[in-house]
Design a protein around this ligand. Sequence first.
Ligand code: CP
Length: 317
Amino acid sequence: MKQFISVDDVPSVPRLVDIALDYKKQPFKDKQLGEHKTLGMIFLNPSLRTRLSTQVAAKNLGMEAVVFNIDKEGWQLEMNDGAIMNGSTSEHVKEAAAVMGQYFDIMAIRTFPGLKDKEADYTEKYINQFIKYAGVPVVSLESATLHPLQSLTDVITIKERWNQPRKPKVVMTWAPHVKALPQAVPNSFAQWMNGWGEVDFVITHPEGYELDPKFSGSAQIEYNQDKALEGADFVYVKNWSSYNDYGKITCTDPSWMVDNAKLRGTNDAKIMHCLPVRRNVVIADEVLDGPNSIVIPEAGNRVWAAQAVLSEILKNK
Ligand code: CP
């Protein structure tokens, strides 16, 4: 693998999942692979899971990970080519990315969308500028529109819990939130569910919360949440802001929160969420603290997803 920005960079999802699950059994089996290699982790936005799990994954492979919170500790970056830099930006990404590419063997970047300018966000201007100028492989730690390390983790988490001959029914449900959140996690989850192809995939949300069809693809869209959840084996809960009325909150209906009553019609479904989660707004305590919540082992699997991705890039270098 040359980079990891979306599912399109992955030659075989099942193979990558197998590699990750193998690392889960034997975390240190490739501890020489990353010897004398350095991973640069560049954050333009906050993180708990992505940062820590990727650092642990790099360590398991013998790599050094250097974390740089560029938003707080670096020069303010100019992202536009041809800009006259007489404003607040001090350093162009052309130099910043190229210089960091001199120090690191792989660069990993987290950058959220502004949620103001759909075109700028959906052309992935920030991460694409890093890819253009870094000169080394780039891994997304979540970009404006996608979160592939989270989605690979989610595939791993479903796969390791499903051993029946039929495909599991996986339902991604929108839930309310107090803030306008990116579409990156739901876009990416949809992209990976469709790309993996080993699930019956349904998305449920209020009208107006349709995702970019490029990502929702062949998923069944059901506006009635109760109907969508009937017979679900896995329920993936997530809030996102509107794609069509870009970045806006157009529904605050608290009845979309996932509680035990909502889950009665499911097939004893396992409950997933990428975290962080707002308790009793997105998911009720009784669900998060109940026996069907798998959000903690799901977050644990972030290590194996990151380790599989880094190892495949290291093997290709
Ligand atoms: N799920 C996830 O990406 O968590 P962090 O934002 O804490 O990294």
